[in-house]
Design a protein around this ligand. Structure first.
Ligand code: NAD
Length: 668
């Protein structure tokens, strides 16, 4: 397809004539059939909803076709309207249109649907099984057409993938406002999502799927590396590295597969158990794990040798994680750090496998004897927790990695509760590591995409970011020097670690000052013609933006962790301070109804306007979250917000007074 044909297809939107239907591509990874949730009357409504995108004369062909999709997939994806052009982040100059900002959004949308990036590309799902960019192909086509038409005096609103329309606004307003899965709170149970999504009126945007900010596996590698390094510090003496220390975990799947790579970057010995040989050998062939061992005695010998010689090596154990924890206890192999990333958010449908039976037997049992399968899972979870407890009694530091391990183990009756019977015996990674060591200081997953698609631009931005961080480190207080050093190390090794999949993107944990200074330096380089335009953004899993009581805000202890004011304030505040687009979602990571999360995208084009916007918006975007964390009496955040007030006279944040515990206890 020529560039002109691509541009014409974008500008055409929904074609007035019926496009030819492509063959169903069996080589693609397709979304599972969704469960039947609609009544007959609701199916009629879903069909009418789908048909409103198309001229009436096409309805006699499309109505039975869409009804068939509903029957076969549980959703109407409108596969006939899949565009002919290839999905990938093109050079920004190749997109048709009048607004460079709108073109940057087209680029990011196409990256999220790139076959190399997206989990289920035909179903417009980027990651997490249900993280959607759009609900159907009509929405994609209409959205791209609007973006190709709009000027910098208009704003496009997107309701859960549906482009409602273009509205007059002004050049400092966002070009796009996205809302995903926003529902009336009482209607936010998982089955409500199934129903609204099947009706075509709502979608699950995950965090960076429906906000067009996914950058492939790089994001999770960096987050896992930072977690491991900081987890390591909790158990090490000052200045001691992770060399010769052992990290044991499970899961070599979608995101868990980042663990061995991150462990290598962090510099330790790691063992990651995985029951599914397909997952193990995929990660091995991709170079994300160094060695595969299938025998427990061999594993013990190899690990002992690696620990002794302080080798940096990642080992996959092909088998069940419970066997590793138990064997290492018997053989007295000391585990320094332990965690788990099996998919325990989904324990009954293949997220966690029982010990003692083969994968094939387990899959059969899951389908034919679900009650027995559940029993086996719960027995395994109890064994798993018992073995972990034996190691922690010897000194192992164990943390929950946001996969609901502790929650499901407690439901299975495992010995996993703290003495108070309310809390768990072990912390979650946000409570103990990410929250106090990163988020409370303002460090979070800042990211950027080079909109020319050129590797030279990415190399230049890496260099610029590194120079900025090195300069900042010279003048930063000791409390944040370690975080700075980690990120300098990350950015120096990023190219060598070959992390790019899809767009030329980079993730880097930075605080407000770092983000503003790096962005300003990029904008200057663009102005001077050294690099092309750059899109800034962040994961929603950050200091600010996400209210999630079991993850991002789990280290908020003033009772406000179940409120969602911060996420909403963040997005509203970003939108009038210069974001190119903003998004706010229900769901993401921990599930529909469990979290409200938001984020932004911002185009840097080298202009003075971009410089003004980035300074205003990035400063707010981070400091809003720090303010909330500080008001919750988190000491690190009080430190960070006081520091921010010293640098910006217009910032004046309400600080908490600390009540004396003896006084409180004398009253209650
Ligand atoms: N903390 C975070 O930032 C974070 C990030 C990503 C994912 N998560 C969570 O981590 C979990 C994993 O995510 P994913 O995308 O890798 O899921 P996934 O399902 O792709 O991978 C999990 C893997 O665990 C394996 N497994 C299951 N039971 C096992 C057992 N008993 N022993 C050994 N291996 C076993 C499965 O075969 C699978 O390959 C999810 O619950 C997710 O929500 C947390």
């Amino acid at each position: 397809m020529t560039l002109e044909e691509f541009q014409n297809e974008i500008m055409e939107g929904i074609p007035s004539e019926l496009p030819t239907k492509a063959e169903y591509d069996l080589n693609l990874n397709h979304a599972p059939k969704r469960k039947e949730i609609l009544s007959n009357d609701e199916k009629k409504l879903a069909l009418k909803n789908a048909l409103r995108y198309f001229p009436v004369e096409l309805h006699t062909v499309l109505a039975p076709e869409f009804a068939e999709e509903m029957k076969e997939f549980g959703r109407i994806y409108m596969l006939r309207y899949k565009p002919k052009h290839k999905m990938f982040a093109r050079n920004i100059e190749e997109y048709p249109g009048k607004s460079l900002q709108a073109k940057s959004i087209m680029l990011m949308i196409q990256n999220n649907l790139d076959h190399a990036v997206a989990q289920h590309p035909d179903e417009l799902i980027t990651y997490g099984g249900n993280g959607a960019v759009f609900q159907n192909w009509a929405q994609y086509r209409l959205c791209m057409q609007y973006l190709s038409e709009m000027t910098d005096e208009q704003t496009l609103t997107i309701y859960s993938g549906h482009p409602m329309g273009l509205y007059p606004s002004h050049k400092d307003a966002p070009r796009v406002i996205v809302t995903n899965g926003m529902v009336i709170p009482n209607y936010s149970k998982p089955d409500d999502w199934e129903k609204f999504n099947a009706l075509g009126v709502s979608q699950y945007g995950q965090m960076t799927a429906g906000s067009y900010m996914y950058i492939g596996p790089q994001g999770i590698v960096h987050g896992t590396t930072i977690t491991l390094l900081n987890g390591g510090r909790k158990i090490s003496k000052e200045g001691e590295s992770l060399a010769g220390k052992l990290f044991v975990t499970a899961g070599l799947g979608g995101m868990s597969g980042a663990q061995p790579k991150a462990a290598n970057i962090a510099g330790c010995v790691s063992v990651t158990a995985e029951v599914n040989p397909k997952a193990t050998y995929t990660r091995h062939s991709q170079g994300w794990v160094d060695e595969v061992i299938i025998d427990l005695d061999q594993l013990c010998a190899r690990v002992s040798k690696a620990k002794k010689s302080k080798e940096i090596v990642s080992i996959a154990y092909q088998g069940n994680i419970v066997d590793v924890w138990e064997k290492f206890d018997e053989e007295n192999i000391y585990i320094d750090l332990g965690s788990d990333q099996t998919s325990l958010h989904n324990p009954w449908a293949g997220g966690y496998y029982p010990a003692g039976i083969s994968l094939e037997q387990a899959n059969e049992m899951m389908a034919n004897e679900p009650e027995l399968f559940k029993e086996k899972i719960q027995e395994t979870l109890c064994r798993h927790a018992d073995a972990v407890n034996k190691h922690t009694a010897k000194g192992t530091y164990f943390f929950d990695y946001g996969n609901a391990f502790l929650l499901e183990a407690s439901r299975a009756g495992a010995d996993i509760m703290a003495e108070d019977g309310i809390n768990f015996r072990y912390p979650s990674y946000v409570q103990d590591i990410m929250g106090p060591m990163c988020f409370d200081y303002g460090f979070g997953p800042f990211r950027w995409v080079c909109a020319t698609g050129k590797t030279e631009d990415l190399d230049s931005t890496d260099r610029i970011a590194c120079e900025v961080l090195e300069e900042l480190m010279n003048n930063s207080p000791k409390e944040i020097q370690q975080q700075m050093a980690d990120n300098i190390r990350w950015i120096k090794g990023a190219q060598e670690n070959k992390l790019v999949v899809g767009s030329q993107a980079r993730i880097l944990y930075a605080d407000a000052e770092g983000r503003v200074k790096i962005a300003a330096a990029f904008n200057k380089a663009i102005k001077e013609g050294k690099i092309g335009p750059v899109v800034l953004g962040r994961d929603h899993h950050d200091v600010s933006g996400t209210d999630s009581p079991y993850r991002e805000t789990s280290n908020i202890y003033d009772g406000s962790s179940f409120t969602a004011d911060m996420a909403i304030q963040n997005v509203i505040g970003d939108s009038f301070r210069g974001a190119t687009w903003v998004s706010i979602h229900n769901g993401g990571g921990v599930g529909w109804g469990e979290v409200i999360n938001g984020g932004f995208g911002m185009l840097l084009d080298g202009s003075d306007d971009a410089d003004r916007r980035l300074r205003s918006m990035l400063f707010w975007d981070v400091n809003n979250g720090i303010s909330r964390r500080s008001w919750a009496r988190n000491d690190e955040a009080v430190f960070a917000i006081k520091r921010a007030m010293e640098t910006e006279p217009l910032l004046k944040v309400t600080l908490p007074n600390y009540a004396d515990d003896d006084l409180i206890n004398s009253i209650y």
